[in-house]
Design a binder for this molecule. Structure first.
Ligand SMILES: NC(=O)c1ccc[n+]([C@@H]2O[C@H](COP(=O)([O-])OP(=O)(O)OC[C@H]3O[C@@H](n4cnc5c(N)ncnc54)[C@H](O)[C@@H]3O)[C@@H](O)[C@H]2O)c1
Length: 409
């Protein structure tokens, strides 16, 4: 159901009592006078530098989830999340439309079975869950097919490619089938984003006044892709690495947006150069948040040779940049360690986020609970970017963002 009003942020759970190792590394450089000032101004001078403190993995079940994996394109994403290494997973079959990629995925996942397409793979009654790592424009359609065949779906980002309607159809499928859906947004398990989420839930930021999420991916030429879906891609149709630094931290929502774009000089940004009529290589959005704050989120391809996914949050009781925290909880921080992985499961790429994402999906199935980035969070991470692009195309006009009411627990 859609509703236009602000969505309340769920109350933060209680803080854990575990303390991470803490170092005081950064000062403002004004010596003892600054220290004295800082003491009176709530930690102005020092930052708690956070460290992860890994613990042994504890299995929640000895059952194996029977998984199918689809998509071994340019990023070879099907094999990158470590399903094949998880003790609670049996990779039953894999697929890619191209025979050589299919063979590569079979080898990488040590799997003896394959199907010619996802459409064939979903008919296999043995498979309970499918990792959809196909081209972005097919994600919503492919996941609906998986769900409608009574299987759980984990999908590479974005949940929907430029179409709010497709996202809403996906939501309807999740609701109708009752199967689990998770979007594999890598920023959500970056160490800093995970730490921000943990500290936010413990109350160490209060309400966020302001937050920033940035995805820089300099491209002199577009990266290759199936049927060229990356050519002239409207930047904020791919917003989730950035929007995670608000939605993935607070569980809050973006309610309106005004965005602007930076025109690309490449041929694919000229009129007729891409199928979307998109002139922008970079887009920067200013979102209103459900806490009454502001978020600046960007997707950028023009900043010279810059590739990074990062963010920072500024709250009434604390702030955080990278792995450094300043705030009221400096002396009683919760354990910010990411969930442990089974032996032999690599943390993987994108800041060690692949393994934790896969493990979260499998654990949610085993525990029969909602995964961290469920359909509601996935749409809240993705759809604001689609509206932001529309705003940029209208010269920054402020637009409302559709909201999708979460079921109450
Ligand atoms: N940090 C991140 O989260 C991150 C990074 C890179 C890529 N991705 C996402 O991962 C996905 C895959 O990226 P890519 O660069 O490999 O994509 P790609 O376009 O190069 O490859 C897509 C693959 O899907 C296969 N495919 C399409 N339809 C199929 C079907 N019906 N049945 C079987 N196979 C089918 C194609 O044959 C192709 O090999 C993309 O959606 C991308 O957005 C996310």
């Amino acid at each position: 159901m859609k509703h236009p009003s602000n969505q309340p942020v769920p109350p933060p759970p209680q803080a854990s009592s575990a303390l991470p190792r803490r170092d005081f590394l950064e000062t403002l450089g004004f010596g003892s006078m600054a220290a004295a000032l800082a003491a009176g101004l709530g930690g102005l001078g020092n930052a708690a530098d956070l460290r992860e403190n890994p613990k042994p993995w504890q299995p929640v079940s000895d059952r194996k989830v029977r998984v199918g994996i689809v998509g071994y394109g340019v990023c070879q994403f099907g094999a990158q999340f470590g399903f094949q290494d998880h003790p609670n997973v049996e990779v039953v079959a894999v697929s890619d439309l191209f025979p050589d990629r299919r063979a590569g995925l079979m080898k990488a996942c040590r799997c003896g079975n394959s199907y010619d397409s996802l459409e064939e793979l979903v008919k296999d009654p043995k498979i309970e869950a499918v990792f959809v790592a196909t081209d972005a424009p097919s994600h919503a359609r492919h996941c609906r097919l998986v769900l409608e065949h009574g299987k759980h779906a984990m999908c590479a980002v974005p949940a929907t490619y430029g179409s709010i309607e497709e996202g809403e159809k996906l939501l309807e499928s999740v609701k109708r089938t009752g199967m689990k859906y998770m979007m594999a947004e890598t920023s959500c398990y970056h160490a800093s984003c995970h730490a921000m989420r943990t500290i936010y839930r413990a109350g160490g930021f209060g309400r966020l006044v302001f937050s920033e999420g940035e995805y820089y991916h300099y491209m002199a030429e577009p990266i290759d892709s199936y049927k060229g879906w990356r050519i002239g891609l409207p930047p904020l149709w791919y917003p989730t690495h950035s929007t995670a630094f608000y939605v993935g931290v607070t569980g809050g929502r973006f309610t309106s947006v005004s965005a602007l774009g930076f025109k690309g000089t490449n041929r694919w940004h000229q009129p007729g150069g891409n199928p979307h009529g998109n002139p922008f290589a970079d887009e920067i959005a200013l979102f209103e948040t459900s806490e009454g704050g502001v978020s600046r989120m960007l997707m950028s391809k023009s900043v010279f040779r810059h590739v990074n996914e990062t963010g920072r949050v500024f709250g009434e009781r604390g702030r955080m940049d990278g792995m450094q925290y300043w705030g009221e909880m400096e002396d009683k921080l919760p354990d910010i360690t990411r969930p442990s992985l089974p032996p032999g499961v690599p943390a993987g790429g994108h800041g060690g986020s692949h393994g934790p994402l896969m493990n979260e999906f499998i654990t949610a199935i085993l525990e029969d609970r909602e995964p961290l980035v469920n359909i509601y969070e996935a749409l809240a991470l993705t759809i604001p970017g689609i509206v932001a692009h529309e705003s940029a195309m209208k010269g920054g006009e402020r637009l409302k963002i559709p909201q999708y009411e979460r079921p109450t627990a």
